[in-house]
Design a protein around this ligand. Structure first.
Ligand SMILES: NC(=O)c1ccc[n+]([C@@H]2O[C@H](COP(=O)([O-])OP(=O)(O)OC[C@H]3O[C@@H](n4cnc5c(N)ncnc54)[C@H](O)[C@@H]3O)[C@@H](O)[C@H]2O)c1
Ligand SMILES: [Zn+2]
Length: 691
């Protein structure tokens, strides 16, 4: 390779790697596989070693890959957060062990701690006097994003540590991840909603940690494993002791770590988990091998990017090649079109793979540049949904045609549209496109909406095919006779369905509104709209300004509502549902505002009370302008402590110095029990459930 070629290649590699880093850390998207990324980085490091004159200070080989964003305040790390040297080769592990022995000038077997390498996002948590004060992402290693509010939603991250055997100031580091079960459930829900699938748990976890709304983060049920303790003058001599201490303070430490003396024992651990890791509830992409003795760690020190006393051995994602037979296109409830690769069946990581996700047009035409009958590589992205990762160009026929994304809906023939800035194509034929119509009916009858569980997908199919149901209002015109004309539909099923429809007439307005499937009107939004406007009529009449004045209703939602009500067919459906007797008025009792005495104050209610039920006390707080929250934090104004309050609540409140008041003190604050509420008390049978 000439100097010029090397310079050119280094420039090219640096540019690509910078781009992949940007996409991975900022956009939570893997443009290439980790394996490919690591190989390119290795090539760059290699070239820079041979041609050091072309190595730049800002080369991806010299810096931790992440960056900070402008969406969050920045936190400067007290101790730099580094990356790890990594390898896919077992020989390199032997070299690593040899290198360390040489550096230490001692031939004695080294004691290592092996841990699994969890595939998520790194997090740094700092504690002062046992209280969580900050949580930061790794960022560029020097400073990271302040994601404290989001980290607080992770149930296994203690906000306050029990006991008193911990250092006054310390930092713990670990990995925030999304358990595979949670990831699958989220994707299953997205399928139902006709939305794009998330690619893998790691990117979903990293995207989730960067959400602005921590209530949304809480719903995503992230978890965290901690694996590193830092602080000044800590008493621990080994990494293992430190980890055990971290565990004893109530942090979530994966029990999979193991002390291994000598590299042979390390190899055994690596080999054991290569298969076994597939049974874990979380993705792992390798093993991290750390020198156990902290003195030795200090002797070995760091390079610019990673500690010399640790290395990551990464398992190669299993990949197979197979033939792409065709591409099919699925149209979801919202009209979004998802391409799916139909493959010659092949065995992969224990299952037969026949289909793989292709995401969108860019994936097909730009990233993969698929041609007909290509031989493609398939990997299990995050071990779950198989994914086409690349094309074996050596097997491509000379005359193969490039695949073009369809331009018309495969279901109804309407020209597809793609909105600016969106990756997906949509079929705009909302009213006439069968999967969209059927999808809307499925949405309407689901458990969170009208809850008509006597009706399944197959029934909807038949009703649609026979022309009996074209929209949700048609459901209420169905007759017993029509139902009995359906295949495999007996008396009993027919009666059940009619009964289900009848019962749905008492379902609350908020759920009916949600069931209509208006774009962007999810469960919470529907609830807010129903409570605020009380009637469908009022919502229909509301102006854009009036809509966005409601808490949590943004411009996009308002636009969508206004758009929906402009359509005469939609109005017709609403009117027919009304005529059929469905609820279009909110009848949750009107809360009378007593005063503004508690304006801006937050409360946690815990235990049981003499004069109030918990719901009453909550109503009273709100009626006086206060807000009820569910968890005790430093920022909390008052904890109203009743009888049988949970001891952990009490402890926490004391630790955080939260003001605790009794029921009587609360009554004095607002004056008298609520007038509007009935006398019968609904005592909460399980104290602690509410808070
Ligand atoms: N596919 C892509 O486009 C793309 C782009 C950028 C980076 N990446 C991937 O990310 C890697 C670089 O990321 P990185 O710098 O975080 O390095 P890394 O993933 O190789 O290792 C360091 C990280 O491992 C994590 N970790 C998990 N378990 C751990 C444990 N038990 N002990 C210590 N650390 C543990 C920590 O978060 C730590 O920051 C690349 O090697 C590549 O595989 C992929
Ligand atoms: Zn269509």
């Amino acid at each position: 390779m000439t100097n010029q070629e090397a310079q050119e290649r280094i420039r090219e590699l640096s540019k690509d790697l910078h781009h992949y880093n940007y996409m991975y850390y900022q956009k939570h998207v893997s443009v290439v596989t980790d394996y490919k990324f690591d190989k390119l980085l290795e090539e760059l490091i290699d070239l820079e070693e041979k041609f050091p004159q072309f190595k730049k200070d800002d080369s991806p080989s010299q810096r931790v890959g992440g960056t900070i964003t402008k969406d969050f305040p920045t936190i400067k790390h007290r101790y730099r957060m580094l990356s790890l040297g990594n390898t896919y080769s077992k020989d390199d592990l032997l070299d690593f062990d040899k290198r360390l022995k040489k550096l230490l000038g001692d031939d004695k077997e080294i004691e290592y701690i092996c841990e699994l390498k969890f595939d998520g996002v790194s997090i740094s948590l700092t504690y002062e006097n046992g209280k969580l004060v900050t949580a930061a992402t790794r960022g560029d290693g020097v400073q990271g994003d302040d994601v404290t509010a989001n980290a607080r939603t992770i149930r296994t991250v203690p906000i306050s540590i029990q006991g008193n055997s911990f250092p006054a100031n310390f930092e713990v580091r670990g990995e925030v991840f999304m358990p595979n079960k949670v990831f699958e459930a989220i994707n299953a829900q997205r399928v139902k909603e006709g939305k794009d699938l998330y690619a893998n748990p790691r990117n979903t976890a990293s995207g989730t940690m960067k959400l602005q709304d921590s209530a949304e983060v809480a719903k995503r049920k992230l978890d965290a494993y901690l694996y590193f303790l830092l602080g000044d003058n800590l008493p621990y001599k080994t990494h293992e002791e430190a980890i055990k201490a971290v565990e004893s303070w109530g942090f979530h430490v994966s029990p999979t770590y193991k002390r291994c003396t000598g590299i042979d024992a390390v190899m055994e651990y690596v080999n054991h988990w290569e298969k076994e890791r597939k049974n874990l509830p979380v993705d792992t992409d390798g093993v991290v091998i750390k020198v156990n003795d902290i003195d030795l760690q200090e002797q070995l020190g760091f390079t610019s990017k990673s500690p010399r006393w640790a290395i990551a051995y990464k398992y190669k994602a299993e990949s197979v090649s197979t033939v792409l037979n065709s591409i099919t296109y699925q149209v979801g409830r919202t009209g979004s079109v998802t391409p799916v690769a139909e493959l010659t069946p092949v065995q992969l990581a224990g299952t037969t793979v026949k289909r793989a996700s292709l995401h969108n047009a860019d994936e097909i035409e730009s990233r993969l540049q698929l041609h007909e009958n290509d031989t493609v590589f398939v990997e299990k992205g995050g071990e779950i949904i198989p994914k086409v990762t690349g094309v074996d160009l050596t097997k491509r026929a000379a005359n193969a045609q490039a695949v073009k994304f369809i331009d018309h809906c495969p279901e109804c023939g309407t020209a597809l549209v793609r909105k600016d800035g969106e990756a997906n194509h949509y079929c705009p034929n909302e009213k006439g496109c069968p999967p969209q119509i059927k999808g809307r009916i499925e949405h309407f009858i689901q458990r969170n909406a009208l809850d008509i569980d006597s009706m399944g997908g197959e029934t909807i199919n038949q009703l649609f095919e026979k022309g009996l149901v074209k929209n949700v209002a048609d459901l209420y015109d169905l007759t017993l006779k029509q139902l009995l004309s359906l295949d495999r539909f007996g008396e009993k099923s027919a009666h059940n369905l009619i009964e289900g429809l009848k019962q749905s007439k008492s379902i609350s307005f908020a759920r009916v509104l949600y069931g209509l499937g208006i774009r962007f009107v999810g469960k919470t939004v529907a609830q807010k709209l129903a409570v605020h406007f009380k009637t469908m009529e009022a919502i229909q009449k509301a102006s854009h300004d009036e809509l966005v004045a409601v808490e949590d209703i943004g411009g996009r939602i308002a636009d969508s509502l206004i758009e929906h009500f402009k359509d005469t067919e939609n109005l017709d459906v609403i009117n027919r549902l009304k005529a059929a007797g469905l609820q279009f008025e909110d009848n949750t009792p009107v809360l009378q505002k007593d005063s503004d005495k508690l304006d801006g104050k937050t409360f946690v209610v815990s235990g049981t009370f003499q004069q109030f039920s918990r719901d009453e006390i909550k109503q009273k707080i709100e009626a006086n302008g206060g807000k009820v929250v569910s968890s005790i934090s430093k920022k909390l104004d008052y904890l109203i402590a009743g009888d049988k309050m949970g001891p952990s609540k009490l402890d926490k409140a004391k630790k955080l110095d939260v003001t605790m008041i009794s029921e009587d003190e609360f009554v004095q604050m607002v004056g008298g029990p609520p007038q509007a509420t009935p006398t019968a008390k609904s005592v909460n049978p399980t104290p602690g459930l509410f808070d």
